[in-house]
Design a protein around this ligand. Structure first.
Ligand SMILES: *Cc1c(COP(=O)(O)O)cnc(C)c1O
Length: 430
């Protein structure tokens, strides 16, 4: 495969942009080699600067539930551009967006729009702290909640892949208020609650984690976590930036039937534009300025283009709830294909999947938390990654990430992927 133009562009990019990328997960540090420069995408596929075609399974790291550049989002964007790109005033589209989120996610009664998932989670923590007057919060090892200082403690995604669990630049003061528990381990939560009694404002969790690979929380664990938070007057925050509108219309809270106090969103709700949101019950949301004293703001928050794309995406979901059955069918087809391949080569690698989020770990032990996830052979993943890439399959360039199936993936795409999977495994394990 000729990737000459991408290589040239990367050399150029590295001169002006740290590492040549505007987000570290895009670099190929953990799999080796140079990242590809993508020029355009349509449906399940995208194309690099050398015009190579790939079946894409990162979907811009989650947003593209319907594949690349779906006609109904493109049309909504073009219409919005006609009216102007930003006003810095309220617009009617923001009401539509809020109504859609509130209608589709019953635990959310009021919502504030922001520009990224990171802003959503940091604002949610601020609201919980402001409301409760308490400063500490609990997160779980391997969960990623964006790049705000106090979340970069034992975080997932790029922070995990690149081996900087606690980033320089994060102060010890910031780190001191972040308590870290073990995923799916209620005893580790109880221990922290006991030793920090009355000091914890919130517990934040990815109810279905997608940033240490895909790892779902056990339902009983989540139910116990909910009741512990009730007993101790602690806000339970579900970070649904990845899972919201991905694993079900109502997100992970619908799949696992546990309700949080505050939810955070991003990715899919922006229809491919930079958007985030946080929401919950009226009393907590009314803590936010200008009604309440907790300051939170954004020059481009609720931006008309972003709202147009988001409203188009969520309206489509509302009108077509059956698309989650389609995603489930396609994703289980892919999972079964992978499992058949593994069987025929005598490997029992762990495959975790919830709806259209999936991950194959290069370890034969079950993966239920951070410690079991990191047993994966990441070097082997790197080799497998490049074999898949050569066969035109674009996966996340790191082991601890999710593979996303979209409604645009066809049976032909899935069959090609299953075939590539078999050949790639055979090659790297030979
Ligand atoms: C992607 C992600 C974030 C961060 O969102 P950004 O838009 O990248 O700031 C936060 N939490 C989870 C669970 C995510 O997957």
């Amino acid at each position: 495969m000729n990737t000459e133009k991408s290589k040239k562009l990367f050399e150029e990019a590295k001169k002006y942009i740290p590492g040549g990328v505007n987000s570290p997960v895009r670099a190929f540090n953990s799999v080796g080699g140079d990242p590809l420069f993508i020029t355009n995408g349509k449906g399940s596929k995208f194309y690099d600067a050398d015009e190579n075609e790939y079946i894409d399974y990162i979907g811009s790291w989650g947003p593209h539930l319907f594949g690349h550049n779906p006609t109904f989002i493109k049309k909504a964007l073009l219409d919005a551009v006609e009216n102007g790109t930003s006003f810095g005033t309220p617009t009617e589209l923001e009401i539509k967006m809020a109504e859609l989120i509130i209608e589709l996610v019953p635990s959310v009664k009021m919502v504030r729009m922001v520009n990224s998932g990171t802003e959503a989670t940091m604002s949610a923590i601020r609201a919980a702290r402001g409301y409760s007057g308490k400063e500490k919060f609990i997160k779980f090892e391997g969960c990623y909640h964006g790049h705000a200082d106090y979340f970069l403690i034992k975080a997932g995604s790029g922070a995990l892949t690149l081996g900087v669990p606690t980033s320089p630049g994060v102060t010890t003061g910031n780190a001191a208020d972040t308590l870290v528990a073990d995923y799916n381990n209620i005893e580790s939560v109880k221990k922290l609650l006991k030793s920090n009694k009355g000091e914890i404002a919130a517990v934040i969790i990815e109810p279905i984690a997608g940033n240490m690979g895909v790892v779902s929380s056990n339902k009983n664990f989540l139910i116990e976590l909910r009741s512990l938070c009730n007993e101790e007057n602690i806000f339970l925050i579900f970070d649904e930036v990845m899972t919201g509108f991905r694993v079900a219309v109502g997100g992970a809270q619908e799949v696992l039937a546990v309700k949080p106090d505050i939810s955070t969103f991003g990715k899919i709700i922006g229809g491919g534009l930079p958007v985030g949101a946080f929401g919950g019950k009226e009393d907590i949301m009314n803590m936010i300025a200008p009604v309440g004293p907790v300051y939170q703001a954004g020059t481009l928050s609720g931006n008309p283009l972003a709202m147009a794309a988001g409203v188009a995406a969520l309206s489509h979901i509302k009108k077509h709830p059956e698309l989650y059955d389609e995603l489930e069918n396609k994703s289980s087809y892919l999972e079964n294909g992978f499992k058949e391949n593994l069987k025929s080569i005598g490997k029992n690698y762990a495959i975790n999947r919830v709806g259209s989020m999936m991950c194959m770990f290069f370890t034969e032990e079950p993966v239920e938390d951070f410690n079991s996830a990191v047993k994966s052979d990441t070097e082997l993943y790197g080799k497998y990654y490049h074999q898949m890439l050569q066969r035109g399959i674009y996966l996340a360039p790191a082991q601890f990430e999710a593979l996303f199936v979209s409604t645009a993936h066809t049976t032909d795409d899935l069959d090609k992927t299953i075939k590539a999977h078999a050949e790639s495994l055979e090659t790297v394990l030979r």
